[in-house]
Design a protein around this ligand. Structure first.
Ligand SMILES: *Cc1c(COP(=O)(O)O)cnc(C)c1O
Length: 365
C-alpha cells in the first residue's frame, strides 16, 4: 500500500475485507453460459419502459411515484416510508443516523445476512453478537442482556441464509424489552415468500420498530438497487438528515413505479407462486440424496442444506457452470450450501448435476 494511503486510511478500515457478495466471488462470470443460483436473485427478467424527457433534471429525493404505490402495497402511510439504493443503503443509513462512531453498537444474531456487520465496521460502530439458538430461534435472555448497550437490533425474518422466520411472540418480546433503548430492525427482504409474517402493520403499536424491504428479490429487480425503510415518521425524518440529496435515480424511480403498478404486482405474485412450487419440488428431490440434510426452513426463495462432501460438491457444480453459495463459514453452518430457486429448467439442471456427483462418488446407482 502506498505510504500516504496507509497513513490516511481510517483506523477501523485497515483490517476490513470488502463484503464477499455473490457477485464478487464469481466476478466477470457469464450469466448466459452459467446458471446463477447463488445470490437469491429472481430468475425472471421483466420488461420496463424508460421515458427520457426529464433526464436533464435532478430527480426527486423521495419520488411520490414510488412512495405512494409502495406505501399502499405495504399497508403503511407515505410518511412512514423511505426509498433508498437497495435495502443495503437502508442498513447503512440506520447505522449512520442512530449510532455514534467509536461509541455505540448494534446487535446481530448470526448466522444471518452479512451486511449489518460490514456496515457497522465501515462506520466504526461496535457489533455485539448473540448467535441464534440451535433451531434458529432468538436467544431471548442473551439478547435482552444487551439492553442499554446497543442502539440497533437487527433481526432478519425470513432469515438469510437459514430460511427461518422469527415467531411473533419472540419478536414482540424483543420490541417490548428494547422499547426505550433501541430500534429493532426487522429485515423483511424475503417477506413476499412468507407474507403472513410481516410486521409492517405493527408500526403504530411499536414506536421502535423499523422494517427493511427491497425490490431485489420477489420483485426481480436486484439490478435496479431499490429498497425501502418502513418506520414511524420521527425515525424516517431523522434518516432524511443523513440521506444523499438525490438517492433515487430517475430511471430507477420510473422502473420501480411500473413494478409497483397493479400489473407489476400481479406479475410479482405469479412469479412468487411459481418459485414456491419449484421450492417444494427441489426440496423433495434434495431430501432423497444420500447424506444430504436440509437445514433451517423454506420461508424464502432459497434452500439451505448440509453435506459432509460440501467442498467436492461445490467444486463439481462450479466446474459445471452452476453457481450456488457456500455458507459453511457462518456460525452453526459447517458444510452448508445455499441454493437459490431458479426456473424449472435451471433447477432441473442443478438436480441432475447433483445426482451425477453422487453417482460418481459411488453413493447412488
Ligand atoms: C438481499 C438482501 C438484502 C439487500 O437488498 P438490496 O435491496 O438488494 O440491497 C438485505 N437483506 C437481506 C436479508 C438480503 O438477503
Amino acid at each position: 500500500m502506498n505510504n500516504l494511503v496507509g497513513k490516511l486510511i481510517c483506523e477501523n478500515l485497515k483490517a476490513l475485507k470488502p463484503y464477499e457478495s455473490a457477485r464478487r466471488i464469481f466476478a466477470g462470470g457469464d450469466s448466459e453460459s452459467e446458471t446463477w443460483l447463488n445470490a437469491n436473485e429472481s430468475p425472471f427478467a421483466n420488461d420496463f419502459n424508460i421515458e427520457t424527457a426529464h433526464f436533464n433534471r435532478y430527480p426527486d429525493c423521495q419520488p411520490q411515484s414510488v412512495l405512494v404505490p409502495y406505501a399502499k402495497y405495504a399497508g403503511v402511510q407515505a410518511n412512514q416510508l423511505l426509498v433508498s439504493r437497495g435495502a443495503d443503503e437502508g442498513i447503512e443509513l440506520l447505522i449512520r443516523t442512530f449510532c455514534t462512531p467509536g461509541k455505540d453498537s448494534i446487535l446481530i444474531c448470526p448466522p444471518t445476512y452479512g451486511m449489518y456487520a460490514i456496515s457497522a465496521e465501515t462506520c466504526n460502530v461496535g457489533i455485539e453478537i448473540v448467535p441464534l439458538n440451535a433451531d434458529f430461534s432468538l436467544d431471548l435472555p442473551a439478547i435482552n442482556a444487551y439492553q442499554n448497550k446497543v442502539n440497533l437490533v437487527f433481526i432478519c425474518s425470513p432469515n438469510n441464509p437459514t430460511g427461518t422466520s422469527i415467531g411473533k411472540a419472540q419478536l414482540k418480546q424483543v420490541l417490548e424489552h428494547f422499547a426505550d433503548t433501541a430500534l429493532v430492525v426487522v429485515d423483511e427482504a424475503y417477506i413476499e415468500f412468507d407474507a403472513s409474517n410481516t410486521w409492517a402493520t405493527e408500526l403504530a403499536t411499536y414506536p421502535n420498530l423499523v422494517i427493511l424491504r427491497t425490490l431485489s428479490k420477489a420483485f426481480a429487480l436486484a439490478g435496479l438497487r431499490c429498497g425501502f425503510t418502513l418506520a414511524n415518521s420521527d425515525v424516517i425524518q431523522s434518516i432524511m438528515k443523513v440521506i444523499a440529496p438525490y438517492p433515487v435515480p430517475e430511471p430507477v424511480a420510473q422502473i420501480a413505479a411500473q413494478a409497483l403498478s397493479p400489473k407489476g404486482l400481479k406479475q410479482m405474485t405469479e412469479q412468487v407462486e411459481y418459485l414456491q412450487k419449484q421450492k417444494q419440488l427441489v426440496k423433495q428431490q434434495l431430501s432423497q440424496l444420500p447424506g444430504l440434510e436440509l437445514v433451517g426452513d423454506d420461508n424464502a426463495n432459497f434452500i439451505l442444506f448440509r453435506h459432509p462432501q460440501k467442498p467436492a460438491l461445490m467444486d463439481f457444480l462450479v466446474k459445471n457452470s452452476v453457481l450456488i453459495r457456500d455458507q459453511s463459514k457462518q456460525i452453526s453452518l459447517d458444510n452448508c450450501l445455499r441454493i437459490t430457486l431458479g426456473t424449472q429448467q435451471q433447477n432441473e439442471k442443478l438436480l441432475a448435476l447433483m445426482v451425477r456427483f453422487f453417482i460418481q462418488q459411488g453413493e447412488l446407482a
